[in-house]
Design a protein around this ligand. Structure first.
Ligand SMILES: Cc1cc2nc3c(=O)[nH]c(=O)nc-3n(C[C@H](O)[C@H](O)[C@H](O)COP(=O)(O)OP(=O)(O)OC[C@H]3O[C@@H](n4cnc5c(N)ncnc54)[C@H](O)[C@@H]3O)c2cc1C
Length: 349
């Protein structure tokens, strides 16, 4: 593999039903940072049927070029035609880096494609940066240290440690990235990208599954990744019924209730509301952590919130290490008092 032939940062721009997934914009934001460090540009790979119209949106969020693979076979996501499309783009355009969102589609597509183009993939990354590999040169083997590598960081061993992984001998360097972790840029209205149409040809075979029916789940839970204020509860809330205290606080603040995994495991709230390593990564303006101990797997999903307020009866709870404001005491007393005070404040205005 001639590594020097591989250039540019590529981002898989996931769309479903002609609507781009937010993670596509987040990856473009990160892709721009990486491209700057590598002195290269960012290409979005848009795959689907009748989707060319989405290219301008990708330009507004930072794509310098959009490669469009448009074919009726790509109308709904299926592993085989999508993997063929993306692997063909990689073989033709030889990117140095290929980023895919760690969505249900991306988790299927990314590894399939990496195997096909014979490179490695680091799944579920939370940090991506350009740097040296090994991070510190081995004494006496300084010349072996490689520069300008993609350093891909992700939780490992059940979240008990953080691993930084590189792919120095193969290209592209591939990663899937958790939605909500990277930041999109402020859109540049009217920005235009260089649009390239590419169709590798699709010949259905026995791996082209036939979709008989698509049943869409009706969601009646809020998308906690979009919330500006989250009132999050943990096992300390004590019961499903007691979440009423948090709902009242959220209502006064115009916020949304979310929770720790312990709450989901107890069946008090649905998994859609779980924050953390195996839940959602959130970045609200205010995050209330109420009766949440602050386990590393929870903190991984909320530590980038602008302001963190923790309420816990244990003054040594690790959540206070990441909190901007901490209240030590019984949530059953503090939360209703806070709600009442905020209500009174608002009525006085
Ligand atoms: C691979 C893996 C992935 C995981 N992923 C996630 C994840 O995505 N999200 C997640 O949240 N966890 C995750 N976990 C679980 C995580 O390790 C913790 O077990 C979990 O976060 C604990 O939830 P908690 O803080 O609600 O409960 P606890 O740890 O039991 O904490 C309850 C807290 O409430 C406080 N409290 C109790 N009563 C009151 C009261 N009356 N007033 C005030 N405070 C009170 C206690 O002092 C305590 O600090 C994961 C674990 C593993 C191994």
């Amino acid at each position: 593999m001639a590594l020097e032939e591989y250039k540019g940062v590529f981002v898989f721009a996931q769309q479903v039903d002609n609507v781009l997934d937010g993670v596509a914009f987040e990856l473009l934001g990160k892709g721009k940072d990486l491209a700057k460090d590598l002195d290269t540009d960012v290409t979005a790979v848009l795959i689907g049927s009748g989707i060319k119209g989405l290219a301008d949106q990708l330009a507004e969020y930072g794509a310098d070029r959009v490669i469009v693979v448009d074919d009726p076979e790509l109308k709904d996501y299926r592993t085989e035609p999508y993997a063929h499309a993306l692997a063909s783009v990689i073989n033709e355009y030889k990117p140095e880096i290929m980023l895919v969102g760690a969505t249900a589609i991306g988790r299927d597509l990314g590894p399939t494609v990496s195997a096909r183009v014979k490179t490695g993939l680091t799944a579920d990354c939370t940090v991506l940066e350009i740097g040296d590999f090994p991070l510190v040169a081995v004494p006496g083997k300084e010349a072996d240290q490689k520069h300008k590598q993609l350093l891909m960081t992700r939780p490992a061993f059940g979240g008990n440690t953080i691993a930084t992984i590189a792919c120095p001998d193969n290209r592209p360097q591939m990663a899937t990235v958790r939605p909500g972790v990277m930041q999109k840029i402020a859109p540049i209205a009217g920005a235009k990208a260089n649009i390239v149409e590419f169709n590798p040809g699709f010949t259905p075979n026995n791996r082209y599954v036939e979709i008989l029916n698509i049943v869409k789940a009706v969601k009646n839970t809020a998308n906690i990744m979009d919330a500006k204020i989250l009132v999050s509860g943990g096992r300390g809330v004590g019961s499903k019924e007691n979440f009423k205290l948090l709902e009242d606080l959220a209502e006064v603040l115009g916020g949304t209730v979310s929770c720790s995994r312990a709450v989901v495991e107890n069946g008090w709230l649905p998994v859609d509301l779980q924050v953390g390593q195996t839940g959602k990564t959130v970045r609200p303006q205010i995050y209330f952590a109420i009766g949440i101990s602050g386990a590393i797997q929870h903190v991984a999903g909320m530590e980038d919130s602008d302001l963190i307020v923790a309420i816990n009866k244990d003054e040594d709870a690790p959540i206070f290490d990441v909190a901007d404001y901490g209240l030590v005491g019984d949530l059953n007393k503090i939360v209703p008092a806070l709600t009442a005070a905020l209500k009174a404040e608002m009525q006085a205005k």
